[in-house]
Design a protein around this ligand. Structure first.
Ligand code: GSH
Length: 218
């Protein structure tokens, strides 16, 4: 199995963590990435396999897959233990919905922070109003997640792909200056629990090492 992987790609990180949680070994091919050129030039295999030209791309023999959500589904099918989806169909659907909302409802505001605070570093391109709106939206969604968690340890009851997706997305948000609201204590405890998992720790160490190389090259 092969994973075309972006060193700082949040969506690839979801796959890296799921592989680690399941104890699956893959050949990892890092695609070009820099702060100046982002994902250019594109890796030729990524261009060939993914019409969206994005990572992650996953290859298992003659199966070629793109999109982190679909890759996570496939990993669950081929390696159901330890499970990252619940057994009950209604609970599975809820977890899938949460995983999708991490990518499509929460992440777009994190993307604003990435665009504004990681890529657009000069005052001509920076848009402080967009940043304020993104931070407010993230705070609102954080409070909803806090209410949803209540006394539960994980978003879907047991640890799942929803925790992987939100756990990584919150990491990017907090790295880029988002602070969890003070009135979301269950969420803060959840984030600490998720980030404390060995698979998250290894992912975070790898990302920190890559960021250190970016900073030392700057
Ligand atoms: N929905 C896709 C999103 C993938 C995505 O946005 N990948 C980013 C890196 S995190 C990428 O390759 N960006 C380069 C580009 O869009 O040109 C997934 O879940 O895999």
């Amino acid at each position: 199995m092969k994973l075309y992987s972006g060193p700082l790609s949040l969506f690839t990180a979801k796959v890296r963590i799921a592989l680690d949680e399941k104890g699956l070994a893959v050949e990892r091919i890092e695609v070009p990435f820099s702060r100046e050129s982002a994902y250019e030039p594109k890796h030729p295999e990524v261009l060939r396999i993914n019409p969206k030209a994005q990572v992650p791309v996953f290859v298992d023999g003659d199966l070629e897959l793109y999109d982190s959500t679909l890759i996570l589904e496939y990993l669950e099918e081929i390696a159901p233990t330890p499970p990252l989806l619940p057994g009950d169909p209604r609970d599975r659907a809820r977890v899938r919905q949460l995983e999708l909302s991490a990518d499509e409802v929460f992440f777009p505001h994190v993307w604003t922070l990435i665009a504004q605070r990681f890529y657009a570093t000069d005052s001509d391109t920076a848009d402080p109003e967009a940043v304020d709106a993104a931070l407010a939206a993230l705070a609102g969604q954080s409070r909803e997640l806090d209410r949803r968690l209540g006394d539960a340890d994980y978003l879907g009851g047991a640890y799942s792909i929803a925790d992987i997706a939100y756990g990584m997305t919150f990491r990017f948000a907090t790295q880029l200056g988002f602070a969890l609201p003070d009135d979301a204590p269950a969420l803060a405890a959840w984030l600490e629990r998720v980030h404390g998992r060995p698979a998250f720790q290894r992912e975070i160490e790898g990302e920190n090492a890559f960021v250190a190389t970016l900073l030392s090259a700057a």
